[in-house]
Design a protein around this ligand. Sequence first.
Ligand code: PLP
Length: 362
Amino acid sequence: MYVNSCSQGALSDAVREAYEAYLRDWDEQGAPWEYWVELTEAARAAFARLVNAEPDEIAVTTSLSAGVSALATGLRYARRSKIVVTDLEFPTVGQIWHAQAARGARVEHVAPAEDGTVPLERFDKAIDEDTAIVSITHVSYRTGAMIDVEGVIELARERGALVLLDAYQSAGSLPVDAKALDVDFMAAGVLKYLLGSAGLAFFYCRRELFERVWPTATGWFADRDIFEMDVHDYSPSPTARRFQSGTPPIPSIYAGIAGIDLMQEIGIAETREHVVQLNAHLIAGVEELGGTVATPSEPDRHGALICIASTDVEELVAALGRSGIVTSERDGNLRVSPHCYNSLEDIELVLQALGRHRHLLA
Ligand SMILES: Cc1ncc(COP(=O)(O)O)c(C=O)c1O
């Protein structure tokens, strides 16, 4: 039984068939690049629908890191040199921003409070007139806590700073609306709650900012005219495509489109409602067992991922595994992350197994 969608979504028939279609097309048609470029545009459109953006505000990338690197190398740090980053970011995000120290940037970290969330007052202190960008994660991979995105954006706007949202742990598990949030940049990949696999991600850029960023991590698929094949200059696309790089990940695009379509057919808002109920049952059950939930318990303060404190988390993950339950761990906490395909019975099974290993709960 699978409750590990925070690491990787479960394999669906639709995604399996998409991979088979890729092999069939390659086999039967050789190199159908015209179609594959069309498919890349279909992925762009699917991402745009997913986050309520226009297709030209979306770059189709091979990882979240690739899009964020294009952004980080495209900002200048001469006038505003500070980058505000939470300690809850995925390592790749912190590492990319720290790499910009070589270009004059300085990174200031904002730590979470005891309850695993980052209080707005901490951003209020950190964001100032020297801040170029604030980098936040929607739902933390470490604690499952959901950030007050609107609150952070309001503070950043007031002080003229940009905001990047890492939506990897939220996209597909709850509605994410770029326009409603009015966020500047956003990135996520498809391998978790969007049911795709490794190799495909997207990067969103608000259209007013296209020309303000000049990525120096780049490639020919970011060029103004890909088929100009001009080796003599760099003229990036006037749209968010400037955040792309080399050849698009075609097999992952087949799978990613199938995964996104499937999630939209199932309903992302409906999935969110369903998982909130499952997680309420999980949280209550863990507390009844005398365990400690490390994720804030209010539904509007967490995503699909619930973290449970353990005295020996590796042993707990292994013990659950022996009962046929797939979970994962980070920071000494067990991670349980249900998705649309999980049921109350699944949560009951998790709770029964936790009951059998109560000594491993902290
Ligand atoms: C919050 C978050 N950001 C980023 C990543 C990974 O990004 P990338 O596509 O660059 O490997 C993950 C996935 O493991 C994640 O959970």
